[in-house]
Ligand binder design. Structure first.
Ligand code: PGA
Ligand code: ZN
Length: 417
């Protein structure tokens, strides 16, 4: 009898993400199971990420799915993720998924993983192995600006909260929702012109400077953590590649009317870490400045310095970063590299190098829950997937279900901060 995990059907279609942009969804049927996955999309994308869609967009990707991808994947074994992902690279034939698009690769790769899990009546996270499973700490975006919000919001893209001293995932998720809600009320009371607007990831987008925003966030974090008796730290995603003007060699803080050169940026970030007791700083420098990253990382203690655009989930980039001690943490966005296997290889290197991998959503998301399973299955101690909004809570609520059904068998991650 043929194996139940043989792929017998594939289908791709255009759907829309949380920003109303077009993206691709793929269905995979095996003899005994079914999987379906759609790709998220970034707005502050790193320049070294794989190409999300070929020229011609989602329609071209679906066309190439029909003519090139489907014929090669049909008949393969969904249990053999490595072969599936290798085939996707071969069919594409470029270094950066330029022909089929990284988002199509992502959707096929994840849909196959889900079909395999379904064939074996397993939850998706159980298909990912090789590392110790963990329930991740949720890193939540509560206030934001930059490319994710309109004019008047802070120049820094994300003001984050990290409930690192909680007993369980559910307690940590509760802390984040309370902070988000309380912060909304406080901003409504104190900030003239704030109408309750939110950015792409559900974070409040008030007309504030970076420092004022940090003051409000820290105040609420201290209140809520005191009330709940848990430890919560504040973090930032500076998304500095979006602020960098390469011609002038400065970071442009348009809202504040200030430019900072490389040295001033380092001083500025160090001062924010000190003043607001930051426990997490993502992309404080632009994507080519490994040197400043190393300098900052060498100067901090108990603060995660995380590379997103810097590493783009790419193993080679991470390997260079490890050599020059660029950071101590990295963002994992599977669609920055395109496949489950590429993602896995980067996580393994991160873990063996003492880097904390942070599984992450994109600003344009779908209601899919795959990254919740990837975080658990690949043992990522942190998941960054917002606090509110249907496409964000889809992942967080899925983690509540996993926490409940795993009945204490999957430990909640501990962060040494
Ligand atoms: P994205 O960015 O808009 O590219 O998803 C989110 C982030 O910088 O973490
Ligand atoms: Zn980022």
């Amino acid at each position: 009898m043929a194996s139940l995990s043989i792929i017998t059907g594939l289908k791709a279609r255009k759907i829309f993400n949380s920003r109303g942009e077009e993206t691709v969804e793929v269905e995979v049927k095996t003899l005994g199971g079914f999987g379906c996955a759609a790709a998220p999309s970034g707005k502050s994308r790193g320049k070294y990420e794989v190409v999300p869609f070929p020229e011609g967009g989602v329609e071209k990707a679906v066309e190439r799915f029909e003519s090139h991808v489907k014929p090669k994947i049909l008949g393969l074994d969904a249990d053999n993720q490595e072969l599936i992902d290798k085939t996707l690279h071969e069919v594409d034939g470029t270094e950066n998924f330029g022909f089929i698009g990284g988002n199509l690769a992502y959707a096929v790769s994840l849909a196959v993983a889900e079909a395999s899990a379904s064939t074996h009546h397993q939850p998706l996270f159980a298909r990912f192995g090789g590392v110790k499973r963990l329930l991740p700490v949720p890193l939540g975006n509560v206030l934001g600006g930059g490319k994710h919000a309109g004019r008047g919001a802070p120049d820094i893209q994300e003001f984050l909260v990290l409930p690192f001293g909680c007993k369980s995932f559910s307690e940590a998720y509760t802390a984040n929702t309370r902070i988000h809600r309380r912060l909304g009320s406080l901003l409504g009371e104190k900030v003239l012109g704030f109408t309750g607007g939110k950015g792409d990831e559900g974070a409040w987008a008030p007309p504030l400077t970076n420092e004022k925003a940090l003051e409000f966030v820290l105040k609420v974090v201290e209140e809520v953590s005191g009330e709940m008796g848990v430890k919560v730290g504040v973090g930032l995603d500076v998304a500095a590649s979006s602020l960098w003007n390469p011609k002038k060699g400065v970071y442009e803080y348009v809202g504040e009317g200030k430019n900072r050169d490389k040295g001033e940026q380092l001083e500025y970030i160090l001062s924010l870490i000190k003043k607001f007791k930051l426990v997490y700083v993502e992309d404080p420098f632009h994507e080519d400045d490994f040197e400043s990253f190393s300098e900052l990382t060498g100067k901090v203690n108990k603060c995660l310095i995380c590379g997103d655009d810097l590493f783009v989930t790419n193993r080679e980039k991470l390997s260079f970063g490890v050599k020059v001690k660029a950071a101590n943490s990295l963002i994992i966005k599977p669609n920055q590299v395109g496949t489950v296997t590429d993602t896995y290889k980067t996580i393994v290197l991160a873990k063996s190098s003492g880097y904390v991998p942070v599984m992450s959503h994109r600003s344009g998301e779908t209601t899919n829950t795959h990254i919740a399973h990837l975080a658990v299955g690949f043992g990522c101690p942190i998941i960054k997937t917002g606090v509110v909004g249907g496409e964000r809570i889809a992942k967080l609520n899925e983690l509540l279900r996993i926490e409940e059904t795993s009945k204490g068998k999957i430990p909640f991650a501990k962060l040494n901060l």
